[in-house]
Design a protein around this ligand. Structure first.
Ligand code: ZN
Length: 136
């Protein structure tokens, strides 16, 4: 069994609904995410998955959907306001916590048919959440 992983960084804004703390206010993070894939065999070039393919698949999706976006729960009243002034918003059916953002990226990797093992999501340098095959 081989695994390969690649990291991506991006900036996003969010806030948490029904949360008693400062994350209930709109604010931003410099996020880092590590995406790990696995497989048994290597291709003719001796690779499990070309690192460049990370970039042109899930990397591009992250860039387009999460980078410099406000990520909000669909129940957040800010969604309507931001859309009215043409601000790009990524809407989730749940609170945009580090855990849920890791899950969202994991499921996007599955949708892209990547042999995903885990997504580790750093909301700050010191705090991260992971969604992996064991979580499912
Ligand atoms: Zn936050």
């Amino acid at each position: 069994m081989f695994t390969v992983s690649r990291e991506f960084s991006f900036c996003y804004g969010h806030r948490l609904l029904n949360y008693d703390g400062k994350c209930s206010h709109l604010h931003g993070h410099n996020a880092r995410v590590q995406i790990m894939l696995r497989g048994d065999g290597l291709d003719d070039d001796g690779m499990l998955f070309d690192f460049n393919k990370f970039k042109i698949t899930i990397g591009e999706w992250i860039d387009k959907n999460f980078d410099h976006r406000v990520i909000l729960c669909e129940n957040d009243p800010l969604v309507k306001l931001l859309l009215q002034i043409n601000e790009p918003v990524y809407i989730l059916p749940y609170n945009p916590t580090a855990e849920n953002l890791a899950k969202e990226i994991f499921e996007r990797c599955q949708f892209l048919n990547l042999p995903i093992v885990s997504v580790k999501f750093w909301e700050t340098d010191k705090c991260n959440a992971e969604f992996n095959l064991i979580s499912k």
